[in-house]
Design a protein around this ligand. Structure first.
Ligand SMILES: NC(=O)c1ccc[n+]([C@@H]2O[C@H](COP(=O)([O-])OP(=O)(O)OC[C@H]3O[C@@H](n4cnc5c(N)ncnc54)[C@H](OP(=O)(O)O)[C@@H]3O)[C@@H](O)[C@H]2O)c1
Length: 248
């Protein structure tokens, strides 16, 4: 992928990986549009990063996904890259009862929304130079952590959907990338930490983004970063090892 001179829509750019991608792509000379639900965050980012374009958008709502794509087509028709990054992560407690609202939010945000957005975007990407869809999945797509069962299942499904999307688009000139992060120190799952500013561990975002940008630049269609690199081939042997570190 040519990492300069693009117009890029990044979903979920108010924190973590999405924000880091936005900063990096701005530095590399791209036009960058980020979305998120938190208007205050988007405004603060806009104040700090002149040139960035922001759009309040809740991707859990199908109508807002359609509205976002229409808004892009009208205002930034040169958009040639979609980065499907927005995501949420909850605990799944099968034994004590599933929270149906959370289950729906997690499946819609992590799976239905990126699939829907990719499909809506294809018409606008066709014929554009360096056109691409980048799906941010996870090493946990390959080896689930049982206590995050639904999260991991959405990422496994996104990995599968990414393979199919790439196959369906093979003659269109639109490249389909998958970046599978390892644990990265972001706000993901922060609502379940006692201290909201507490780190959940993982590698620093800067370290992740360096690996992810290098993979995109090299044109690697499926890139596991850091610890996530070997997870696809070692999935069976890693399941017990990884889950041994978490409560059942
Ligand atoms: N951090 C990790 O360890 C890790 C590992 C593997 C994969 N990933 C994946 O990386 C991606 C980014 O996560 P992160 O770690 O950077 O977490 P994060 O800091 O919590 O960022 C998540 C982003 O998604 C946005 N988002 C969530 N729900 C949304 C909705 N309904 N509509 C629009 N935007 C929404 C959030 O924005 P608002 O709250 O403002 O809406 C935020 O910008 C996710 O897909 C995640 O699954 C992360």
């Amino acid at each position: 992928m040519n990492i300069t001179g693009n117009t890029i829509l990044i979903t979920g750019g108010t924190s973590g990986i999405g924000l880091a991608f936005a900063e990096e792509f701005l530095k590399e000379g791209n036009k960058v549009i980020i979305t998120g639900r938190r208007e205050g965050r988007l405004q603060a980012i806009k104040d700090r990063l002149p040139g960035i374009i922001t759009k309040v958008s809740d991707l859990e709502e199908a109508a807002q996904r359609i509205e976002l794509v229409d808004w892009i087509a009208e205002n930034y028709p040169d958009t040639n890259i979609l980065i499907n990054n927005a995501g949420v992560q909850f605990i799944t407690d099968f034994k004590n009862g599933i929270d149906l609202d959370k289950l729906q939010t997690e499946v819609v945000t992590n799976l239905i929304a990126p699939i829907h957005l990719a499909s809506l975007f294809i018409a606008g990407l066709k014929g554009k130079e360096n056109a691409a869809i980048v799906n941010i999945t996870s090493g946990l797509a390959f080896v689930p952590i049982a206590m995050m069962a639904v999260y991991c299942a959405t990422k496994a499904a996104m990995h599968s959907a990414t393979l199919s999307l790439r196959y369906q688009l093979k003659d269109t000139g639109i490249k389909v990338f998958e970046i599978a992060p390892p644990a990265v120190d972001t706000e993901l799952g922060h609502d379940r930490r006692e201290d909201k500013d507490q780190s959940h561990g993982g590698i620093p975002v800067a370290e992740f983004i360096e690996g992810a940008m290098a993979a995109l630049k090299a044109g690697t269609l499926e890139a596991g970063i850091g610890m996530a690199a070997g997870m696809r081939i070692k999935r069976e042997e890693l399941f017990e090892v990884i889950n041994g570190n978490f409560p059942g």
